[in-house]
Design a protein around this ligand. Structure first.
Ligand code: PHE
Length: 494
């Protein structure tokens, strides 16, 4: 080995030292251990779900929400009942689920927020896959804007039903009560901001102590309340008509727009196509079986939607109300329906508590997307990120909250801001985000990486499932998504 002398330059000294095998090994060991510590440090800073069950329940808490209690029933009502449910289930299986699996897998692999994950996983710095993350963030803001408002109405309705203000069998009276709420700018803002403040307080506690701990309590409560309301609704005389509506398909109602709506709903329901599942995936423990657990989540979510349908439609038909009442089904028809039945006032309070419970888990996951982003990319503390995000959502959300009062005349493409956010996010951004995700995973990321990630580096024996998944993600989901989107937006000649 050459000796070091005074005449050597610093670079030469470094070279000589690096050639020494003992020194070289020491440097390597030190580097490895500091990489290990760095990994541990980031894990501790980022937070993660403490247990597999916790990850499962928190993710289910994101999927289950106003989508099940508010959107699913009214869209089913407006699009032909059972036939729509069949189309929706197919969309969920062939498109929603593959995207959800892809997102959780990518998040867990990269252990980063939605935009950071795409940056980390992109095969080359030149390919701008981070755009998927950025588009997701845009969709997240649009959804949060109108979602927090509906959640606000639900909260308001708990109090209004407790005080008996909306207890009337006449839809004219309940409709007036709803109009009074949404056309009052201060009330609208108050309830929306209250929801945001509660969600912010939960999120400041962190991933495990905030998100995981809260959803673990909420999900069982939701199931219990739903079952109680179901029993009441199903034991009403005349409930059979509602069951027939939910379970006998009439395919004549299925148009291209209805299929696009089902697809949009599948994404919305599974919180897919916009970064929430990437963010939650980044908190999933390494040993969790992603394909199996996402299937469990998907079926539990579908089950909750059916339970919500069973709570609503038998009662609606039993008292001779319209099923296709649109988005106002929840706030105008339901109160009148409940007011018509024995013990209706109690059932109504339980029903709106249940809806608020469902909305909370979903809101938490939505707001977590920008928090994780600010926290990691800008190194802001979790508390600061949470407060900043909440203020931003309150500002954007106000335009949705005021869309029936101060901003009622402000319309774009013939829609007020509330409807515009809902339409653009569900029918355009989520399917488009989903399309880009399956294209990335199917065609750019590499089959070997998908196999390794979904089999937990070879420890799970699920080769056949992964093979099927690869085919779906490469050929079926993207083609279906593309055709349905173009057709639904009237961009195809047939
Ligand atoms: N899945 C939620 C629901 O059905 C809504 C949601 C969409 C939540 C997107 C997070 C992200 O209510």
């Amino acid at each position: 080995m050459p000796r070091i002398s005074r005449d050597n330059s610093p670079t030469e000294i470094r070279e000589i030292l690096f050639k020494n095998p003992i020194i070289e090994r020491n440097i390597k060991v030190q580097m490895e251990s500091s990489m290990e510590t760095n990994k541990l440090k980031t894990a501790a800073l980022r937070g993660s779900f403490a247990t597999g069950l916790g990850a499962l329940v928190a993710t289910l808490g994101s999927a289950v929400g106003l989508g099940n209690i508010w959107k699913f029933p009214y869209l089913t009502g407006a699009n032909g009942g059972a036939a729509f449910i069949i189309i929706y289930t197919l969309s969920t299986l062939l498109v929603g689920l593959p995207v959800m699996i892809a997102e959780i897998m990518m998040g867990r692999k990269a252990r980063a927020n939605a935009i950071g994950t795409m940056q980390k996983l992109s095969p080359s710095k030149k390919q701008p896959w981070w755009i998927i993350g950025a588009m997701g963030a845009l969709a997240a803001f649009m959804i949060m804007a109108f979602y927090s408002e509906v959640a606000g109405w639900v909260l308001a309705y708990i109090f209004k039903s407790l005080s008996g203000q909306i207890l009337s069998t006449s839809p004219e009276v309940t409709s007036q009560a709803f109009v009074n709420l949404v056309s009052d700018p201060w009330q609208s803002l108050f309830w929306q901001w209250l929801v945001l403040a509660v969600v912010c307080l939960i999120l400041v506690q962190g991933v495990s102590k905030g998100i995981e701990a809260t959803t673990k309590r909420l999900i069982p409560l939701l199931f219990i309340l739903l079952v109680i309301v179901d029993i009441r609704s199903l034991t009403l005389p005349g409930a059979g008509e509602g069951l027939r509506f939910l379970f006998t398909p009439d395919f004549s109602k299925i148009t291209a727009v209805a299929v696009l709506t089902a697809l949009g709903l599948a994404f919305f329901k599974l919180s897919a196509g916009m970064g929430t599942m990437v963010t939650y995936g980044s908190y999933w423990p390494d040993d969790q079986n992603i394909p199996l657990n996402t299937v469990r989540i998907m079926f539990s979510d579908l089950f909750v939607s059916i339970l919500a349908g069973l709570a609503i439609f038998p009662a609606v038909f039993a008292f001779g109300f319209e099923a296709a009442a649109g988005p106002s089904l929840l706030f105008i028809t339901i109160p009148a329906v409940f007011a018509s039945m024995p013990f209706g006032n109690i059932v109504m309070v339980l029903f709106f508590i249940l809806a608020a419970v469902a909305a909370t888990g979903a809101m938490i996951s939505l707001v977590e997307v920008p928090i994780a982003f600010l926290n990691e990319q800008f190194k802001l503390s979790r508390a600061k990120s949470a407060v900043l995000t909440t203020i931003l959502i309150a500002l954007v959300g106000s335009t949705a909250a005021l869309s029936n009062s101060s901003l009622a005349d402000f319309q774009l493409f013939g829609m007020n801001m509330f409807d515009l956010y809902d339409f653009v996010s569900s029918n355009i951004l989520l399917p488009l985000g989903g399309l880009l995700v399956v294209i990335f995973v199917g065609w750019f990321w590499g089959d070997r990486k998908v196999k390794a990630a979904l089999s937990n580096e070879g420890t799970l024996k699920n080769q056949a499932i992964i093979a099927a998944y690869t085919v779906i993600v490469k050929f079926i989901s993207p083609v279906l998504l593309l055709v349905v989107m173009l057709r639904g937006l009237n961009l195809l000649p047939f």
